[in-house]
Each structure stands twice: as structure tokens, then as C-alpha cells.
Design a protein around this ligand. Structure first.
Ligand code: AMP
Ligand code: MG
Length: 351
């Protein structure tokens, strides 16, 4: 299949959007930019389109898709109940990087929700995404536009790397704004629960909702306590190299990573280092990449996946990453880093 590339880096083009919308209406697949990562869109109400998404990504079919809408009034068709809390969240954070889990209506095919009785819904804020969803008829199922198991794409080039020739069309909107997937919050229980951390933090949710819990499966060391979002159990976002996160005081972390990099390099291994701008100049061995500055976590989030992809391309054997502070976006950054590293963390010893 020849994948059409539509260039909308400068501005969204209504004629091209109309064409891409038609492709979706006919059951085809279109990758498009959102404010979080690139999505791989198909008609959410069409079982065959969802099946095509799973096939193109090589995604396990028990891992449900997020349905994207462009207008709040379109939510009613997808769900059997819109709790007050969903309206409060929509008012506060839609359009934006927040996905809500709600009880699914019969119109949503099981193929879209991986057989679950609930559906994940989001209204993205990227203008091209909103226009495309409308042009497609209002309901676009879109997981991240990567091959399953690879880091999510934050540029159109990443999408092309993974999916060229496997999908009908790619809308190139340049680099995304946030760089990490949406926050997922489950509203089907008594207390809202975060199933995946993202740009919209626990504190931001609690400010409008009151008490919010976090899925224990995200942080539990116990193998039996699995994450509740089916996708979070996979070793997603994973680079090919063995990855280790080093935490502790900055000087101790730098010294520890330098020591590990020196040993690995001496053993003939290719080493990649992910560091904050503040400490990056302190490394002398391995390929050092600045993720961003510790004073603004957004600069780290937006570069993280591109760095993991770059290290794959360089066929790095070992990756060492500094740990980053938790807190608003920091929780989401550490969640993705931990997954990439298969939860392999060491604590830097003090001198
Ligand atoms: P992606 O769109 O690739 O970022 O992945 C979508 C994420 O949403 C995966 O982790 C899914 O497991 C999760 N998800 C989608 N639908 C549901 C649902 N009904 N209940 C819980 N998690 C969901
Ligand atoms: Mg994904």
C-alpha cells in the first residue's frame, strides 16, 4: 500500500482534511497529530476498522483503543451513563490530554474496547485532530501510531518508520506539544482512579473532583497486582537496549553512571546516557543526550520517546537514565521511563 503524506506543518488544510476524513469513513487508516503523541485513526464504530488498527500496529487485541470525539454532545452515543464527574472533567480539561473510562453503549463494537464493557473517550485539542474527527463523522478510534512495543511517535518521521506502507495516510503536523500519552481516569467506580499518569496530574484532577486514587498496579512490586488498563501491563515504550534508571543526589548519580559507562565501554558495549541539561556536560563516555531541563519537566517529556528511538537506531547496548523528580508531569515521565527500563532502577551510593 502507498501511504499518502499530507503536509500540515504550517497550517491545517481543509481540502486535505476532507480527503483524510473520507478515507476514515471508507474504513481506511489515517495517522494524525494530537497534542500528546501521534494517533493511528480508524472509524471507532466499525469493527473492521478497529481490526485493521490492531493488525497495522501488531497490537494484542485485548488492548482496547481510545475513542476520540470533537464535540461534547457526541459523548452520549458512546456511553450508557454520563456521570456528573465526567461533565466536570470535560468542562475543566476537554479538549485536552485527558481520557475518561465510562460504561460503553452497545453501538461501540467489542473490537474497539477489546471486549470490555467500558469505553475510553478523549477529546484532543490539536486543531488538525479536531477537524479530522469531524470530517470522519465524529468517532475516531486511535491508539498511538507506533508498532506495538516501540516508543510512541512524537513526529511524523517516527510514524513513517513504523507504519509506512501499512496505512492509507499520514497527516504531518510537525512535533507534538506534550510528548507523553494522555492521562487515563476511570469514572466507573465510586472514586475516580488514575489508570495512566499523564500531563493532567492527580493534583489537577483533585482540584475539580475531590479525592482521586491511583491504580496500585502501576507502582506495585508485586507481580500479582497488575495494572487495570490492559495496555499498561505490556512492556511498552521499550527500547531494544537494556536500560537502567539511576536515582539519588545529582553528584552521586553522575558518578555512578560515569562508572557504569566506563566499564561497559571498556567491555566493548555501546552506551547511551539520558541526562538533564544541568548534568549532561559532566559525562565523558557514551553517547550523551540531553532530555531537557530539570526546571521545566515539559522539555523532558517532549524529547523522551525520540531519544529512546534514536538509541535504538544507533543499536545501543545499554542505556542509563538519570531519574527525574516526581510531581506534576514528573510522575508521567517516571512512569514511562520505568516501563522502558522494565523497572530496573538502582540507587546511586553516596561518596
Ligand atoms: P494508546 O492509545 O496506545 O495510548 O493506548 C490506550 C490505553 O488506554 C491502553 O493502555 C489501554 O489499555 C487503555 N484503555 C483503553 N480503553 C480502556 C478501558 N475501557 N479500560 C481501561 N483501559 C483502557
Ligand atoms: Mg500506545
Amino acid at each position: 500500500m502507498q501511504t499518502i503524506r499530507m503536509d500540515m506543518r504550517e497550517k491545517t488544510d481543509p481540502e486535505m482534511i476532507r480527503k483524510a476524513g473520507e478515507i476514515l469513513q471508507r474504513g481506511g487508516l489515517v495517522a494524525f497529530p494530537t497534542e500528546t503523541v501521534y494517533g493511528l485513526g480508524g472509524n471507532a464504530l466499525d469493527e473492521a476498522s478497529s481490526a485493521k488498527i490492531y493488525a497495522a500496529k501488531g497490537r494484542p487485541s485485548d488492548n482496547p483503543l481510545i475513542v476520540h470525539i470533537a464535540r461534547l454532545e457526541d459523548l452520549a452515543l458512546l456511553v450508557t451513563d454520563i456521570p456528573e464527574k465526567a461533565l466536570i472533567l470535560a468542562q475543566a480539561f476537554w479538549p485536552g490530554p485527558l481520557t475518561m473510562i465510562l460504561p460503553k453503549s452497545p453501538i461501540v463494537p467489542d473490537a474497539t474496547t477489546g471486549g470490555l464493557k467500558t469505553v475510553a473517550v478523549r477529546m484532543p485539542s490539536h486543531p488538525a485532530a479536531l477537524e479530522l474527527i469531524q470530517a470522519a463523522g465524529g468517532y475516531v478510534a486511535a491508539p498511538s501510531a507506533n508498532t506495538s512495543g516501540r516508543p510512541s511517535p512524537t513526529t511524523a518521521a517516527h510514524v513513517i518508520e513504523d507504519l509506512d506502507g501499512k496505512i492509507d495516510c499520514i497527516i504531518d503536523g510537525g512535533q507534538v506539544g506534550i510528548g507523553l500519552e494522555s492521562t487515563i481516569v476511570d469514572l466507573t467506580g465510586e472514586t475516580p482512579e488514575i489508570l495512566r499518569p499523564g500531563y493532567i496530574s492527580k493534583a489537577m484532577l483533585e482540584e475539580v473532583l475531590g479525592k482521586v486514587t491511583v491504580d496500585k498496579g502501576l507502582t506495585s512490586e508485586d507481580e500479582k497486582v497488575r495494572p487495570r488498563a490492559p495496555g499498561m501491563k505490556y512492556r511498552h515504550y521499550a527500547p531494544k537496549a537494556q536500560m537502567t534508571i539511576v536515582e539519588g543526589e545529582e553528584d552521586d548519580v553522575v558518578r555512578t553512571i560515569r562508572e557504569l559507562a566506563r566499564k561497559d565501554t571498556a567491555a566493548g558495549l555501546k552506551v547511551g546516557i539520558i541526562a538533564a541539561a544541568e548534568s549532561a556536560p559532566k559525562y565523558s563516555e557514551g553517547t550523551v543526550r540531553e532530555a531537557g531541563t530539570r526546571s521545566d519537566a515539559r522539555t523532558i517529556a517532549v524529547h523522551l520517546y525520540a531519544l529512546l528511538r534514536e538509541f535504538d537506531e544507533m543499536e545501543t547496548d545499554r542505556i542509563y537514565s538519570e531519574a527525574f523528580e516526581e510531581g506534576q508531569l514528573g510522575d508521567a515521565i517516571m512512569n514511562r521511563l520505568l516501563k522502558a527500563a522494565g523497572h530496573h532502577v538502582i540507587r546511586a551510593e553516596k561518596m
